[in-house]
Design a protein around this ligand. Structure first.
Ligand code: FE2
Ligand code: FE2
Length: 355
């Protein structure tokens, strides 16, 4: 980010009464102004154990910084969401260390399961530390839902691998052909239907998942296999936002009444896939006309963002330490999110093909 744009942002942030932070700050003001509130979002720290009490320092530091800055937020968020992939290989050492860092947070935190947390013991230890793999709660007029979207086929999960470590190793690779597509699964979809049965259709719905509840790029599991079925359950509601981690980059999209937004990682950026044109894709419009992350630069496209959900739609301002500030806001005219600087053709960054 240039010094000027950063200064402008800080000035604007001061006007809004918010502080900068390496995570998402979500502002909600659906109801009476007295009910306005914010929540913060931290994701994808990938705490990695080396041996003894040694951990990969860079990933530790990303999370520590996020926690420290969240504690300094003004206004104070009502709660924090952790978006998944707290651990790298799902071990007790990693989850304990991650939990210890997170315990410094002064706020109630809701945890989302990532595949790097799950595929060693299928979430058993994670549940002990952080609670149920899926749940919902109401807060000041908004219905929030936490899903485990990284489940997969019974056979792949239970029968295919000689050890739990091998299963985790196969699922934790970004482009491993032995991996398996993520899914929410029938049992959880039934739970979701029942959960939503009691919620008025005008209530704003905000869903937290780890993988996108849309199909973007199967080769890297930027994908949830039963996405359409989950979307169908959400369809009757007037304002739905899905916020997900996993992709370690900015993505946004609109499918019907559902706005989709990713949050960035505190660990590292993923570059964009070699070509979305090559991907099996079901998106009505490919909404990824943005700067590429540079995989050789550890902090490119990591950062934090502010979210404003005043209208019931999520608007995000991304703060990228080494890139230009980006704002993705819901455009009432087009009925989908747009990137204010990059959506216009003249300002679009030309495709880069060197990855
Ligand atoms: Fe991740
Ligand atoms: Fe992930």
């Amino acid at each position: 980010m240039s010094r000027n744009s950063r200064r402008d942002f800080l000035k604007n942030a001061a006007l809004l009464g918010v502080a900068t932070l390496p995570m998402s700050l979500v502002r909600l003001s659906f109801a009476k102004s007295g009910d306005d509130f914010t929540f913060a979002y931290i994701s994808d720290s990938h705490i990695q154990h080396i041996k003894g009490n040694q951990f990969v320092r860079n990933w530790d530091m990303g999370l520590k910084r996020a926690v420290a800055e969240a504690n300094l937020l003004v206004p104070k968020p009502d709660f924090v969401v952790y978006g998944g992939d707290l651990a790298q290989l799902g071990t007790k050492a990693e989850l304990d260390h991650g939990a210890e860092i997170m315990s410094a947070l002064k706020y109630k935190t809701h945890y989302v399961m990532g595949e790097h947390d799950y595929y060693l013991d299928l979430g058993a230890y994670w549940e002990k530390l952080f609670g149920p793999q899926w749940h919902s709660f109401d807060h000041k007029g908004v219905h929030f839902i936490v899903l485990n979207s990284v489940l997969t086929h019974h056979h792949w999960t239970y029968e295919r691998w000689p050890t739990a470590e091998r299963r985790m190793a196969e699922m934790s690779g970004l482009d491993n052909p032995n991996g398996s597509p993520f899914m929410v699964g029938e049992k959880q979809r039934e739970w979701l239907k029942n959960d939503l049965a009691k919620v008025p259709k005008s209530t704003p719905i905000v869903v937290f998942s780890h993988s996108p509840l849309q199909k973007i790029f199967k080769g890297w599991n930027f994908w949830t296999d039963d996405a359409e079925q989950v979307q169908a359950i959400l369809k009757p509601f007037q304002r739905v936002s899905v916020i997900y981690g996993h992709v370690h980059q900015i993505q946004y999209n609109q499918i019907g009444n559902i706005s989709f937004h990713s949050v960035m990682a505190t660990a590292w950026p993923w570059p964009y896939p070699q070509s979305y044109a090559l991907a099996e894709s079901h998106l009505p419009v490919l909404t990824v006309p943005m700067n590429r992350a540079d995989p050789f630069f550890e902090r490119d496209a990591t950062g934090w963002q502010f979210m404003n959900v005043k209208t019931g739609r999520v608007d995000l301002t991304y703060q990228l330490p080494n890139n230009t500030t980006r704002t993705v806001a819901f455009n009432a005219k087009t009925g989908k999110p747009g990137d204010i600087a990059y959506q216009e053709k003249t300002k679009r960054i030309p495709p880069q093909d060197h990855y």
